[in-house]
Write a protein that binds this ligand. Structure first.
Ligand code: SAH
Length: 395
């Protein structure tokens, strides 16, 4: 049986030759063989030369994602297991001893659309591309074989999926139903992670290093944690001996989890949790003439793609301007963007504009990002979504 084929328009194969893993609809000259959603297609040039094996996605403007650029590396259970093993060995070598770690980081681990986070013996799996769903069974089998996990819960639910025309799926994929809450330890703090109920895969592993940074900065300071989710930054501040900690999130369930986490760490009396919209509450704090020594801004994704960048930059500017106004002399701002559509240079420009409009001089003390379990392939800058700055205010 011959494979379905996608032919790339002349001149449009350049991004593939640079190893970029996405093939947009506009680059395709023709499709033959009527590939099913997620099925393997051979990607060829107009001259017939082999370029890649792709996973076909009939509905998305990313019409195919690259499995491999080597004709001998055909997609299938064997290639998937190889990629899972490579990813697992990298984490074991660079981040030994963690009980909560991102095992698979999609395109950057050679597995487009496949994200897997491990919490203790349980893996939370997110499949967001047609090809990932097509190979669901092989991916699950590889994760079991390589990691020895006891349970896998699929929690596939994202905007990216909808663009692929895929239905969300939350289901037990392997092993016994895990406990409702799994306790993990990250640095000095313990968290209860609820695999089936939380946002994304239940816990924002990408902020591990930055929560650790908070732990080194917070002693003796008045700390404000905006968009606190299950409390990560606030709890690190409290554990490190902050003078006061206030944490804000608009989600009631997230705050319930945060409070439970505070109890788990015996700091329930040291954090004030507020169920509020950060944008309007920061204005209120400003009107009340409140001030802080350390503010965290970790908003949700405001610009999923560069098409949303303009509106998102206005929101980032607004937030950061208010934060600069609330900071005391020598105050610190830990500010983040997890928007793929806003790159590092643009983010820093927005923060500079916010400081200027707030009438403060501030410096970048550190450039921040996720840990090594969130690799970003150099050929795939779109994967570099989490960026942050530690800024110091001098006024
Ligand atoms: N800092 C967290 C992760 C933050 S995720 C950690 O380290 O785990 C972003 C959070 O922002 C989510 O919990 C979401 O509920 C919250 N959120 C989204 N919009 C908000 C708004 N307008 N005001 C307050 N919180 C908001």
């Amino acid at each position: 049986m011959t494979d379905p084929v996608i032919v790339i328009r002349r001149g449009r194969e350049r991004s593939l030759l640079r190893r970029h893993p996405w093939i947009f609809n506009g680059s395709i000259a023709s499709t033959s063989g009527d590939p099913a959603s997620g099925a393997t297609v051979a990607v060829r040039s107009e001259d017939g030369a082999f370029l890649a094996w792709g996973q076909f996605s009939p509905q998305s403007s990313i019409r195919a994602r690259v499995w491999s650029l080597d004709e001998r590396l055909r997609p299938g259970p064997q290639l998937i297991e190889q990629r899972v093993r490579r990813a697992w060995e990298m984490r074991a070598a660079l981040l030994p001893g963690l009980d909560a770690v991102r095992v698979l980081n999609a395109e950057s681990d050679g597995l487009p659309g496949v994200t897997a986070d491990r919490f203790g013996d349980v893996i939370i799996l997110q499949l967001t591309s047609a090809g990932a769903v097509y190979w669901r069974e092989a991916i699950i089998a590889a994760l079991v074989a390589v990691t020895g996990c006891t349970s896998i819960v699929e929690h596939s639910d994202s905007d990216a999926m909808r663009l692929e025309g895929l239905a969300p799926c939350t289901a037990l994929a392997f092993g016994p139903e895990p406990a409702r809450s799994i306790v993990i330890e990250e640095g000095a703090v313990r968290y209860g992670v609820e695999p089936a109920a939380g946002q994304k895969t239940g816990f924002y592993l990408d902020q591990r290093d930055n929560r650790g940074l908070m732990h080194t900065l917070a002693a003796g300071r008045d700390v404000l944690d905006c968009f606190c989710y299950s409390g990560g930054f606030a709890l690190n501040a409290a554990m490190a001996g902050a003078a006061s900690v206030t944490a804000i999130d608009s989600s009631g369930p997230a705050l319930e989890r945060a409070q439970a986490n505070a109890s788990l760490n015996n700091v329930a009396d040291r954090v004030t949790w507020l169920e509020q919209d950060v944008f309007s509450y920061l204005r209120k704090l400003r009107d009340m003439a409140k001030s802080y020594d350390l503010i965290v801004l970790d908003p949700p994704k405001l610009a999923p793609t560069s098409a949303h960048a303009e509106r998102a930059t206005r929101a980032y500017k607004d937030l950061n301007l208010l934060a600069f106004k609330l900071l005391r002399k020598n105050g610190l701002l830990l500010t983040f963007s997890c928007s793929g559509g806003v790159d590092r240079a643009l983010f820093q420009k927005v923060i500079a504009g916010a400081a200027q409009d707030a009438g403060v001089s501030a410096s970048v003390l550190r450039h921040l990002g996720p840990g090594a379990d969130h690799p970003v392939a150099l050929s795939f800058p779109e994967g570099d979504y989490l960026k942050g700055l530690l800024c110091g205010v001098d006024r």
